[in-house]
Design a protein around this ligand. Structure first.
Ligand code: F6R
Length: 369
């Protein structure tokens, strides 16, 4: 069942290149155009959309946070992301031109289901991004885009997360395509990069031994912090969530720009801080800012664990540990940057003697509040 792996989680981490490729399969044609006819919302309806609201819980919420950057950048449609448990008890402003995207691996999460019912009652159209065929959330939605991760058994979500990201990118690109916004060279380049990304995920998996070693050496620590900017910020949140649920350690993710507004007070001698560094190409201002953040925390004693693109030399002097990831366009970076964080959390959990596939107090599918 576990295919030779000690845990389902390890197997599912290893399956990510295939899960990503399967989720793209048949959805991009030879000319680089997207075909998402299966979602059953007509292009004319999609042209009417004037607001996108993403609702989800946990890891799926982190996928939604990343989706916002892509949707707003590629489509220029305003996008909000909200925890389903908050959204459902609020009085959100929605109408028939609002597209609500409900992201859920299981398709059975109670809060996400209630949030989509709440949205539909107000006339919004709901698109489910879901991994489980025929589950309740897609059944109650107007449309569905399935992620093709295959069954995810480990409680901690890994391959489902990567495929949720892929599905969100596809939705964003498709919206851009049908509306004609930014449909040109930039988008074509992104589509090409997306088609190749599963090979990059594979390459990351081949270089994880130093990450495992590092994780084992930190097994006695109590706290690990995670910093990121832009799409690296939700990646930091996801890294922290994985560590909480698997290693039972105090772990927090922060937007690096928030450091001076409080979190920097937490930095003390030898505190491990994982930093997700954006590409130095493209939006290089983001990169330069985070390099100074790394300098700031290191000057205060932090042990810096830096996740940076191959060829990024600027980070080298400030990295106590350097984890390399392949170069990707900024918006796609979460697909490669999350993988080392999954491996890190899984190995730390093992080193601490925790049950990897069944962390204490957690259930795979949260069908109660
Ligand atoms: C974290 C994790 C949970 C789920 C959350 C939503 O590793 O697995 O945070 O992401 O419970 O579940 P779904 O996606 O099934 O709605």
């Amino acid at each position: 069942e576990k295919g030779g792996y000690d845990y389902f989680m390890l197997k599912e981490i290893a399956e990510q290149p295939k899960a990503v490729a399967d989720t793209l399969l048949g959805r991009i044609d030879a000319s680089g155009a997207l075909s998402l006819d299966e979602v059953r919302i007509s292009p004319s309806e999609l042209r009417e959309v004037d607001k996108v609201v993403v609702v989800a819980c946990g890891t799926a919420f982190h996928a939604g946070l990343i989706a916002k950057y892509a949707i707003e950048h590629w489509t220029r449609i305003p996008c909000e992301v909200e925890l389903a448990s908050e959204f459902r008890y609020r009085d959100p402003i929605l109408d028939a031109r609002t597209l609500v995207i409900a992201i859920s691996q299981s398709g059975e999460t109670m809060d996400t289901l209630m949030a989509l019912r709440h949205a539909r009652e107000q006339g919004a159209r709901v698109l489910a991004v879901c991994n489980t065929n025929g589950s309740t959330i897609p059944r109650e939605s107007d449309a569905v885009l399935y992620t093709h991760a295959g069954p995810e058994v480990a409680v901690a979500s890994t391959k489902a997360f990567l495929t949720q990201l892929v599905a969100c990118y596809l939705v964003a690109l498709y919206l851009g395509q049908v509306r004609g916004t930014k449909w040109g060279d930039e988008i074509q380049a992104v589509v090409r990069d997306l088609s190749r990304i599963s090979c990059e995920v594979e390459r990351v998996l081949e270089t994880m031994e130093p990450v495992r070693e590092l994780a084992r050496s930190l097994a006695g620590k109590n706290t690990v912090l995670f910093l990121g900017r832009h799409v690296g910020y939700p990646v930091a949140l996801e890294g922290a969530l994985k560590l909480k649920e698997l290693a039972y350690m105090h772990a927090e993710g922060f937007a690096a720009g928030e450091l001076k507004h409080g979190p920097i007070a937490l930095i003390e001698e030898d505190l491990p801080v994982v930093v997700v560094v954006p590409s130095p190409r493209g939006r290089s201002v983001l990169h330069d800012k985070i390099v100074s953040n790394i300098q700031e925390i290191r000057a205060r004693g932090a042990r810096t664990i830096v996740i940076a693109e191959e060829g990024d030399e600027a980070v080298v002097p400030y990295a106590d540990h350097l984890i390399r990831i392949p170069a990707t366009p900024t918006l796609l970076q979460p697909l490669v940057a999350t993988v080392p964080l999954q491996v890190f959390a899984c190995e730390l959990a093992t080193a601490r003697g925790n049950e990897v596939d069944q962390p204490r107090n957690l259930a795979k599918s949260v069908t109660v509040e």
